[in-house]
Design a protein around this ligand. Structure first.
Ligand code: M6R
Length: 369
């Protein structure tokens, strides 16, 4: 049932191009307009929304962080993202004009269920992004956009994460389409780019052998740091979470600009720092900034493993190792940038002789608060 792979996780990583394409299937018309059949919220309701709050846990929370960048950019609606376990215990400002988006692979995560119940009690509309048909979260929500990752068996989430991000893009672009905004032309172009992402996710699977080789070299490192900016920040957090879950290693993700405010003190000779480099196209400021961040860590002796787009030559002088990913618009980059980090974490676990699919202390679905 592992389809020739050694682990479910390896199989699920390899299934990501299909998972992304299945999640897009039937949702983009030939005219490039989005259709979300299970959306159920009316255009009038979506026009009234004055705030979006995304709630989720773990990996799903990281997809929610990506969602914040996408929703604010394309819809101009202020968006917060919050850990579901924190949300209802802090007297959050939620009302009938708040759209709460609950993201969950299993649909049974108790923290997320309790947060969505609280949101509905406050009169908010809840939209679920979920991979499990008929599970509690979509059943208790006002609307649902299913992800079509198929069953995810490995405890560490991979393909569900990519499809959650895709669903978030679809929701953001759909809301932008309903409300109309100054980014109309950009939206049409992004929809076309989105349709090309399964091919790019497939291309990035070619980095698998390289990531395994890097993991072999780093398996005895006491800790690994991940840095990124913009949507590369949640990718860094996700890379670190995967490594903690699977290889039981100290790993941390940081917003690259935040390093100098403290974490840079962790750096010493040979500490591996994995850098997620934003697309150089169109956002050169962000790109320039990360180059100075790479210089900062290198000057402290860090070993830099740089995840950068094909053709991005500016990073070459600062990288001990470069891992190439296909070029795509910055907001869509998490779909390709995450994949090498998933492979890396699984390879680290394998190199240490650990169980990739069933890490210690973890359950696939956390049904207690
Ligand atoms: O089923 P859910 O998406 O609600 O699960 C949320 C988290 O428990 C889950 O993403 C967890 O962090 C995974 N083990 C990550 O690999």
């Amino acid at each position: 049932e592992k389809g020739g792979y050694d682990t479910f996780m390896a199989k699920e990583i390899a299934e990501q191009p299909k998972a992304v394409s299945d999640t897009l299937l039937g949702r983009i018309g030939t005219d490039g307009r989005l259709k979300l059949d299970e959306m159920r919220l009316t255009d009038a309701e979506l026009r009234e929304v004055d705030k979006v709050v995304v709630i989720a846990c773990g990996t799903a929370y990281h997809s929610g962080m990506v969602a914040k960048y996408a929703i604010e950019h394309w819809t101009r609606i202020p968006t917060e993202v919050e850990l579901a376990s924190e949300f209802r215990y802090r007297d959050p400002v939620v009302g009938p004009r708040t759209l709460v988006i609950a993201i969950s692979q299993s649909g049974e995560t108790m923290d997320t269920i309790m947060a969505l119940r609280f949101a509905r009690e406050q009169g908010a509309k809840v939209l679920a992004i979920c991979n499990t048909q008929g599970s509690t979260i979509p059943r208790e929500s006002d609307a649902v956009v299913y992800t079509y990752a198929g069953p995810e068996v490995a405890v560490a989430s991979t393909k569900a994460f990519l499809t959650q991000i895709v669903a978030c893009y679809l929701v953001a672009l759909y809301v932008a389409q309903v409300r109309g905004n100054k980014y109309g032309d950009e939206i049409a172009a992004v929809v076309r780019e989105l349709q090309d992402m399964p091919r790019k996710v497939d291309l990035v699977l070619d980095t698998t052998e390289e990531m395994k080789r890097i993991a072999d070299e780093l398996k005895d490192a006491p800790s690994v740091l991940f840095i990124g900016r913009h949507v590369g920040f949640p990718v860094a957090l996700e890379g670190a979470l995967k490594l903690k879950e699977l290889a039981y290693m100290h790993a941390e993700g940081f917003a690259a600009g935040e390093l100098k405010h403290g974490p840079i003190a962790l750096l010493e000779d040979g500490v591996p720092v994995i850098v997620v480099v934003p697309s150089p196209a169109g956002r050169s400021v962000l790109h320039e900034k990360i180059i100075s961040n790479i210089q900062e860590v290198r000057a402290r002796g860090a070993r830099t493993i740089v995840i950068a787009e094909e053709g991005d030559e500016a990073v070459v002088p600062y990288a001990d190792t470069i891992v190439r990913i296909p070029a795509c618009p910055t907001l869509l980059q998490p779909l390709v940038a995450t994949v090498p980090l998933q492979v890396f974490a699984a390879a680290m676990a394998t190199a240490k002789g650990l169980d990739v699919d069933q890490p210690r202390n973890l359950a696939k679905s956390v049904t207690v608060e």
